[in-house]
Design a protein around this ligand. Structure first.
Ligand code: GDP
Length: 526
């Protein structure tokens, strides 16, 4: 196979959902279809649950699961499909946002009983920022869910995206009879014994009397009415609008019963995008360019305590990544090479000789990488779209063992390079401030500092609720503002000044009073 064919057969995507909607279950069913796993139950949920007494070993164990299932690759219909897993827990939302920078499309799972939930909205905001194509799977049809038309309305309203059903359920809950595919005009029956056999799929003309015989007159009538309404209300499915992130096709099914999953997968194979182009600070990079380029979107500590090295996840964007070849690490301006890069299979790792655009390559790293770092064959550029977001919880890091100050410094540097949290240094007193989006990170950092670096710390909560990166065209004004605001100014790890605000009100006031200063809620700005 030549390089163009290799690129064209890759599909790299993430499944996202509010916790408990069925992401893990759906992932597992997809892997079963792909033959990547043989038995149900092989994919462990990477849900991080915090019990009343937080059990750190449990967090560690769960982190272990999440690295094992970070990327799952399988072959289906001659396509090479890479599923990138995202943590469901909201304290790890930033991790999810960054993973979404490395995919070309997503499947969003919705619970038909609960509809659009809080995390669903946040995740979709991130998808819309980058116009990521979205397919929606409405799950748990075996339960008494909400009216499908109401669900579609809610999706459009809360997620600000147009939707187009490509499947339609015949009832829900105990009366659930199946799903009619508006895509290829077939009716797929849900068997009571919950196994699905090919014979249950009936190509059917919607007005064929066989429909009445199969599902009963009442349900057949209702289906005809619904389909007529849908075809009247919605335009034909517009793939281009889907690829531009403006229109989301909607499917219905039940992941745990493996119902509607194959239809979803088949449609995904037909409509989802090949590896797409990506933007750097200097230009747009196309996947079919001759030279290799890629970026690091995730870094994970090695779980084996005897090895201090880490695993960096590289998304290949163009050219071919080759084992043992020198590449340029553009931030450090130095050449690096990797003797044992690996690919991720569902339950194992294997050494990788070549990686094509769309692929995710695992690299052993001894501390040279930060999230967002770019590798090229020499060109000086940096991939965009991997910003830091303003944290919401801020605490000061206090060293409890003066003999271990070096270890603590190194530990917090490395953990924040991994993207576990953000590190700021307050101008006054050189104090170290750690900012996160969730409380859980502080427990994780404290635990890891002690177990991986031998350093003990405690946290002092701070009153801030926002960190804004500040810039100005007027260097003098910026300098004045920084001097004036003394203890509200900190620097991030790249030495960019940040304004720490106690409340939205204070932020607004400062913004109004300082028209020459620009306040940015993400670290990526022009
Ligand atoms: P995640 O948090 O999104 O990964 O959700 P899981 O895949 O772990 O599923 C959460 C719960 O919902 C589990 O108990 C699943 O067995 C259940 N579940 C998943 N799919 C379905 C479905 O189609 N119907 C029903 N009734 N339950 C489901």
């Amino acid at each position: 196979m030549n390089k163009e064919q290799e690129i064209a057969r890759r599909r790299t995507f993430a499944i996202i959902s509010h916790p408990d909607a069925g992401k893990t279950t759906l992932t597992e069913k997809l892997l079963l279809f792909g033959g990547a796993i043989q038995t149900a139950g092989a994919v462990k949920s990477n849900k991080i649950k915090k019990s009343a007494t937080s059990d750190f070993m449990e967090i560690e164990k769960q982190r272990g699961i999440s690295v094992a299932t970070s990327v799952m690759t399988f072959e289906y219909n001659n396509l090479k499909i890479n599923i990138l897993d995202t943590p469901g827990h909201k304290d790890f939302a930033e991790d999810t946002y960054r993973t979404l920078t490395a995919v070309d499309s997503v499947i969003l799972v919705i619970d038909c009983v609960k509809g659009v939930e809080e995390q669903t909205e946040r995740l979709m905001e991130v998808c819309r920022m980058r116009d990521t194509p979205v397919i929606i799977f409405i799950n748990k049809l075996d339960r008494e869910g909400r009216n499908p038309f109401d669900l579609l309305d809610e999706l459009e309203e809360k997620l600000s995206i147009r939707v187009r059903p490509l499947a339609w359920p015949v009832n829900m809950g105990s009366d659930f009879k199946g799903v009619y595919s508006l895509y290829d005009k077939k009716l797929n029956f849900f068997k009571v014994n919950k196994t699905r056999v090919e014979d249950d799929v009936l190509p059917i003309e919607i007005n064929d009397p066989v429909l009445d015989a199969k599902v009963g007159q009442r349900d057949a009538g209702q289906l005809r009415e619904d389909v007529e309404l849908i075809e009247g209300v919605y335009d034909d499915f517009d793939r281009q609008a889907y690829l531009e992130g403006k229109l989301a096709p909607v499917f219905f099914g039940s992941a745990v019963n493996n119902f509607g999953v194959k239809e979803l997968l088949d449609a995904f194979c037909q409509i989802s995008p090949e590896p797409i182009s990506r933007t750097t600070d200097t230009r747009v990079v196309q996947p079919d360019e001759a030279k290799f380029s890629g970026f690091i979107f995730k870094i994970h500590a090695n779980l084996d305590p005897r090895h201090r090295d880490r695993i960096a996840f590289l998304r290949v964007c163009s050219g071919v990544f080759e084992r043992g070849k020198f590449y340029r690490h553009t931030r450090l301006d130095k050449n690096v090479r990797f003797s044992s890069p690996f690919s991720f299979m569902a339950d194992s790792k294997s050494v990788l000789e070549e990686g094509f655009p769309g692929d995710v390559v695992g690299l052993y790293d001894t501390g040279t990488f930060k999230i967002g770092d770019t590798l090229t064959e020499g060109e000086d550029m940096k991939f965009q779209g991997i910003p830091s977001f303003s944290p919401e919880i801020f605490k000061e890091l206090i060293n409890l063992d003066p003999m271990k100050a070096k270890q603590l410094d190194k530990g917090i540097e490395q953990l924040t390079d991994e993207g576990v949290a953000q590190l700021f240094t307050l101008v006054s007193g050189n104090r170290k401030i750690v900012g996160t989006v969730g409380e859980l990170q502080f427990d994780v950092i404290q635990y890891r500092l002690e177990h991986e670096y031998g350093a003990k710390c405690r946290w002092v909560p701070l009153n801030y609720s926002k960190a804004c990166w500040i810039t100005s065209d007027n260097a003098q004004k910026l300098g004045e503002f920084i001097r004036l605001k003394g203890n509200q100014i900190a620097y991030d790890k790249d030495q960019h000044p940040v304004f720490l605000a106690e409340s939205d009100w204070i932020l607004r006031m400062n913004r109004d009073n300082n028209p020459d200063i620009r306040f940015h809620l993400t670290s990526e700005f022009n």
